[in-house]
Write a protein that binds this ligand. Structure first.
Ligand code: BG6
Length: 483
């Protein structure tokens, strides 16, 4: 089974920050893969725009290097690489001045989808939006793509929304949360709304609790300056984990259409209760082995920013009242593992007696690595001598089920193609982002009011011990983070 390539219209995509890290690591390699898949129509162009003075040939040479670094050698076909580089142009531009804008304008052609990717600091969004408008480079059909962080609190997110709205309509603004572009995250919706099996059980009557874990092995070295001002709450929870929670908790939209889906997600965010201080555990990794501590990574011995957070969250609506959502995410943990586990309640009555023990169905959706699903089911232990029950997983790894050639598409390449197609379903709407900050802000503010300090945890562990207590005190357990 090989994925179908759905054609898109010919486009001119301008990447502001075209020499930056995200462009090199994700956007340009993703576009190369689409080119190879035959999804970049003849005549489409990618314009790298950045501050440095260089010509198009030098830019192409830089991008060639980036492809060597970030594309597997087996996929670096010489003709494909040269063909792709031939679609690239470069404009040296001053985001806050006048240099380069006229040149960019001259590069734009009629009858092409025009998209502008703002892969730059949010402080420049306003200046770029203004100039695109002023120089008549963007028109009413153009799209702009903005990256996180979209604000650092409600006030700054509102300000950014206002700034963009001065020149662009909401239907033209694509706010990226790359988690929404992950294949398995979309599979969550297919699982819930494409099967009859799960939805009748998807509520507090049958679900005991839900766990969302996004665990990483990397530290914050190299981006300490950014990270220490954000912490796990702003960097991961307010966006990625919140989006996962919304997709699990939302009501079925009537159609898989941008506003229908986003309306339902927004209702979930609005139904989130404020989180009590003793339902939150924050942590910071210590030094260990040959890795430095969080404080050393961010070069601040007094920092109180969290590199780990675990929380118990309540969604106050008819479907979920009484079923807690436990979420956790952190750096320098035991393994890179992102998964959602739906832990169902015990059978209402055990006909097998106390010796049969306690058994529960657990549906696990693995986002990465080994994308797939497991449903833990209870069966009889084989053999004679009575009825003993054991739990066995019904395991489906997507790569096995769908064939290795059906490789998982990277989130960025899917999202960029959705921009060209004009499909906003997998992008965050302005009110959604604001609602997420509205829930996050008081939690963050309470830490400074209470002078809260994160607990320490060993690198390579599952986070601070206190995070286990969050569940133990309710006779529940986190699922293991396994190497
Ligand atoms: C980014 C965060 O948005 O997501 C990073 O800023 C984090 O801190 C990354 O490492 C995780 O993304 P992924 O796709 O590797 O799970």
């Amino acid at each position: 089974m090989v994925s179908r390539v759905i054609p898109v219209d010919t486009f001119d995509l301008t990447i502001f920050g075209g020499t930056g890290d995200l462009a090199r690591r994700k956007i340009l390699p993703g576009l190369y893969r689409r080119y190879r898949a035959g999804q970049m129509p003849e005549g489409s162009r990618i314009v790298g725009a950045a501050r440095s003075d260089m010509d198009t040939d030098t830019y192409r040479a830089e991008v060639r290097e980036a492809l060597r670094e970030f594309i597997q050698p087996a996929k670096l076909d010489r003709d494909d690489v040269e063909g792709f580089l031939g679609c690239l142009h470069y404009v040296a531009i001053d985001a806050t001045g006048e240099k380069g804008w006229q040149e960019l304008r001259e590069l734009m052609r009629p009858d092409r989808v025009r998209a502008f990717y703002f892969s730059v600091a949010p402080a420049l969004f306003g200046a770029i939006a203004e100039r695109l408008h002023h120089h008549r480079i963007a028109d009413a059909d153009s799209r702009i793509v903005v990256e996180k962080p979209f604000g650092r609190d409600l006030a700054s997110a509102q300000e950014l929304n206002r700034t963009l709205a001065e020149h662009f309509d909401e239907t033209q603004i694509y706010r990226i949360d790359h988690y929404l572009g992950k294949e398995t995250v979309q599979n969550l919706m297919a699982l819930r709304f494409g099967n009859v099996l799960f939805e009748p059980l998807w509520n507090s009557q049958y679900v005991d609790h839900i766990q969302i874990t996004v665990s990483e092995t990397v530290g914050v070295g190299g981006r300490g300056g950014y990270y220490d001002k954000s912490g796990a709450m702003r960097d991961m929870v307010q966006n990625h984990l919140m989006q996962l929670l919304c997709l699990i908790a939302m009501e079925p939209p009537s159609q898989f259409e941008p506003d229908a889906v986003r309306d339902e997600k927004l209702k979930v965010i609005r139904a989130l209760d404020p989180v009590r201080p003793d339902d939150i555990v924050r942590g910071q990794y210590e030094a260990g082995g040959n890795v430095p501590s969080y404080q050393d990574d961010v070069e601040d011995p007094d920092t109180r920013t969290e590199s780990f957070i675990a929380m118990k969250i309540h969604v106050s609506n008819w479907r979920w009242a009484g079923t807690p959502f436990y979420i956790r995410t952190g750096k320098r943990l035991r393994a890179r593992q992102s998964e959602i586990a739906v832990v169902f309640k015990d059978a209402p009555h055990s006909i097998f007696g106390a010796e049969a023990g306690r058994h529960r169905n657990i549906l696990t959706i693995r986002l990465q690595p080994n994308e797939g699903m497991t449903l833990v089911t209870t069966i009889k232990e084989p053999g004679l001598g009575g009825m003993r029950l054991i739990d066995v997983p019904l395991d489906m790894t997507f790569a096995d089920a769908l064939g290795a050639e059906n490789e998982v598409t990277d989130a960025y390449e899917r999202l960029v193609m959705d921009v060209i197609r004009g499909n906003q379903t997998l992008f965050m709407r302005g009110d959604e982002v604001e609602a997420a900050w509205g829930w996050t802000d008081p939690i963050i503010q309470s830490w400074s009011v209470r002078d809260d300090r994160p607990f320490r945890y060993e690198p390579g562990s599952s986070g601070p011990e206190e995070s286990s207590m969050l569940l133990h005190r309710e006779t529940r357990r986190w699922r293991e983070i396994r190497e």
